[in-house]
Design a protein around this ligand. Structure first.
Ligand SMILES: Nc1nc2[nH]cc(C(=O)O)c2c(=O)[nH]1
Ligand code: SF4
Ligand SMILES: [Mg+2]
Length: 242
């Protein structure tokens, strides 16, 4: 039995979430990079990473608006993309409400993939249990879990138990800003990684991609995938809603 049991969509469709933005673009990161994707960005985050590129998604900023699950789903239906990136802020911070929104997304027939950009400081177990017990979740829902390294200032918040609940289709993203970050990422991967594609992504301002590639190759990390933020190449790095 999972810790949470979701009611039917009729009961939760009026639940409201604080929102930042919903837009369609191409996914800029990870294994889905380049595919048309609807971004659903909710408000609030439990971390404050030094290099965060979405500080408008948590206090002291304010949510742009609130929307019911039904309204969010209607907006998603207006786009052609088959992929959803559920992000923030921290998309899972709203707990049962986050789970209900994911559940409603899984019921959209035109959606193939819902990837959830979670920050490594939220217990994934209740969400993973919902996935284990639900056919549509198993088919469509994937976690893209960050592991925050020393440069972020938030490594002490990482929940290492999360590695044990990830599946083969999930992704683990290490955002690397320095040589120290690289060394810790390698050590954490060797110690905790079980299932899921490991991504190494350079911090835009402090880690030249060429240097990160050289380090991956010379460390012999043959199963690691480099993940560049291609949206920052296509558009200006500070542009929003792309
Ligand atoms: N195109 C595009 N891809 C992205 N992948 C992760 C993003 C994020 O803001 O977390 C993002 C984003 O904001 N835009
Ligand atoms: S977890 Fe993500 S949204 Fe939250 S502070 Fe860190 S980078 Fe920003
Ligand atoms: Mg992100």
């Amino acid at each position: 039995m999972s810790k949470w049991t979701l009611p039917l969509i009729e009961s939760y469709k009026s639940w409201e979430l604080p929102m930042v933005e919903i837009f369609e673009t191409v996914e800029g990161e990870g294994t889905k990079a380049g595919f048309p994707t609807v971004f659903v960005r909710v408000f609030h985050c439990n971390l404050r990473c030094s290099w965060c590129d979405t500080p408008y998604s948590y206090a002291p900023e304010k949510a742009e608006y609130t929307a019911s699950i039904e309204e969010i789903i209607e907006k998603i239906k207006g786009f052609n993309s088959r992929n959803i990136c559920f992000t923030g802020g921290e998309p899972l911070i709203h707990r049962e409400k986050s789970a209900a929104l994911i559940d409603a997304m899984t019921q959209l027939p035109h959606i193939d993939d819902i990837h959830i950009e979670t920050n490594g400081a939220i217990d994934l177990k209740p969400f993973a249990e919902l996935r284990d017990n639900n056919f549509l979740w198993k088919k469509k829902v994937r976690f893209v879990m960050d592991y925050k390294l020393p440069d972020s200032g938030e490594q002490h918040r990482m929940l290492h138990g999360n590695f044990g609940v990830l599946s083969e289709g999930d992704e683990i993203k290490f955002v690397i800003g320095s040589d120290e970050d690289f060394n810790i990422a390698k050590e954490i991967k060797e110690t905790y990684h079980e299932k899921g594609q490991v991504l190494f992504s350079p911090v835009w301002e402090t880690m030249p991609p060429r240097k990160l590639v050289e380090k991956i190759l010379s460390a012999g990390l043959s199963d690691v995938k480099l993940s560049m933020q291609i949206h920052k190449v296509i558009w200006h790095p500070d542009e929003r809603g792309v």
